[in-house]
Design a protein around this ligand. Structure first.
Ligand code: HEC
Ligand code: HEC
Length: 287
C-alpha cells in the first residue's frame, strides 16, 4: 500500500471471489431488464451523447482487446466472457462492471490480472485499455441485444419466502422497512425495474445517496462531504457549504469513506436465484 493508509472499503469488494452457477444464470437473465431501465433513463435525461461516454467503445481498441482476450483469457472465462467451469462470468463481475462504469480502462483490473494462481499477466496500459474496451463492448452488446428480448415473468417467486428473506437472512430490514421507505415500492416500479433497483441501487444516473468521505488533514482539521473523486494520490470532496476541496493523500492525511451501497454490493455475493426471485415477487406486493 502506498502511504500505509488503511485499505479503502470501496476497493475491497473488487477482489472477492464469488461463484455460484445458479446466480450466474440468473443475472444473465436480468441484463435485458437492466437494459430497458437504462434505455428509458437515457431517453428521459440525455441532451447529448457525450454524457454516456462509458458506453462508447473505440472499435479498433476493442478488436485488439478481443485478440488479447482470445489468446489469454477465453480458455477459462469462455469465448464470450460468460464464464466456464474454470473461470467466472466476467460480464457480471463487479470489477469489470466498475471498470466500465468508471471508464477506468483496466486500471483496477491490472492488480487482479497480475495475481496468481489463475493470473500472471503483465499488461501495459494500452493492452489493459484494449481488454477493458473489449469487455465494455461485450457488456454493451448484451444490453442492446437484451432490449428486444422476451420479457420473463419476474413475479412467479414465493412472496412469503421473499418476506422471510427480507426480514431474516437477507438483512434488508436492517436498512429498510416495508411500511417505511419501501412502502408502495411495488407501485413505484415495474417488476423489471424493481428487481434492478434492489440488485444494483448503486447504478443509475441519479443516486439517492452519495458516498460520504471524511478527510483529516495533516493539520488535524477535518473535512467531510460527498465524494467527488478518489485515487491513490488525491481525494476530492464536495462540502455541504458548496465548497469543493481536493487533498493530496500524504502519509499524514487520513481518509475514511462511508459508502451507503456497501450492503447491496455484498448482497450480490449472497443471493441465490431463488432469493432474487422471491424478493422481487415480495417487493411487488408492497403496493
Ligand atoms: C487459468 C484460468 C484463467 C485464465 C487464463 C484467466 N482467468 Fe481470470 N479468473 C480465473 C478464476 C478461477 C477467477 C476467480 C478467482 C479469482 O478471482 O482469482 C478469475 C477472476 C477474474 C476476474 C475477477 C472476476 C470477479 O470476481 O469480479 C477478472 C476481472 C478476470 N479473471 C479477468 C481475466 C482476464 C481479462 C484474463 C485474460 C487476460 C483472465 N482473467 C485469464 C481464471 C482465469
Ligand atoms: C446496509 C444497508 C442496506 C441493506 C442491508 C439493504 N439495503 Fe437496499 N438500499 C440501501 C441504500 C443506501 C439504498 C439507496 C438509497 C435508497 O434508495 O434508499 C438502497 C436501495 C434499495 C432499493 C431501491 C429503493 C428505491 O426506492 O429506489 C430497494 C428496492 C432495496 N434497496 C431493497 C433492498 C433489499 C430487498 C435488501 C435485502 C436483500 C436490501 N435492500 C438491503 C441500503 C441497504
Amino acid at each position: 500500500m502506498r502511504h500505509g493508509e488503511p485499505k479503502m472499503d470501496h476497493r475491497s469488494h473488487l477482489y472477492r471471489h464469488r461463484r455460484e452457477p445458479a446466480e450466474f444464470m440468473n443475472l444473465k437473465k436480468l441484463f435485458p431488464q437492466f437494459a430497458q431501465v437504462v434505455f428509458f433513463l437515457c431517453l428521459w435525461a440525455v441532451p447529448s451523447h457525450a454524457q454516456f461516454p462509458r458506453s462508447t467503445v473505440n472499435p479498433e481498441s476493442a478488436d485488439r482487446g478481443a485478440k488479447t482476450y482470445a489468446s489469454n483469457c477465453a480458455k477459462c472465462h469462455g469465448e464470450d466472457a460468460r464464464g466456464t467451469a474454470t473461470g467466472p462470468d466476467l460480464l457480471r463481475s463487479v470489477a469489470v462492471l466498475h471498470d466500465r462504469r468508471q471508464m477506468l480502462n483496466g486500471k483496477e483490473l491490472a492488480p487482479l490480472l497480475e495475481k496468481g494462481p489463475n493470473h500472471n499477466f503483465k499488461f501495459d496500459d494500452k493492452q489493459l485499455a484494449d481488454v477493458s474496451q473489449f469487455l465494455t463492448q461485450s457488456i454493451n452488446s448484451i444490453l442492446r441485444s437484451g432490449y428486444n428480448a422476451e420479457p420473463t415473468n419476474l413475479l412467479n417467486g414465493d412472496a412469503k419466502a421473499g418476506e422471510a428473506y427480507f426480514n431474516g437472512a437477507g438483512g434488508c430490514g436492517k436498512c429498510h422497512s416495508a411500511t417505511g421507505d419501501l412502502a408502495h415500492v411495488g407501485s413505484r416500479y415495474q417488476p423489471a425495474a424493481l428487481q434492478q433497483k434492489f440488485l444494483f441501487p448503486n447504478y443509475g444516473l441519479f443516486l439517492k445517496k452519495k458516498v460520504q468521505v471524511t478527510v483529516v488533514a495533516p493539520s488535524g482539521k477535518t473535512y467531510t462531504g460527498d465524494l467527488v473523486r478518489i485515487d491513490d494520490f488525491t481525494v476530492t470532496l464536495h462540502e455541504k457549504s458548496g465548497e469543493t476541496r481536493s487533498f493530496n493523500r500524504t502519509a499524514k492525511t487520513k481518509v475514511t469513506e462511508d459508502n451507503p451501497y456497501t450492503g447491496h454490493i455484498e448482497l450480490l455475493n449472497k443471493y441465490t436465484d431463488a432469493d432474487i426471485h422471491n424478493l422481487t415477487t415480495y417487493l411487488a406486493t408492497l403496493k
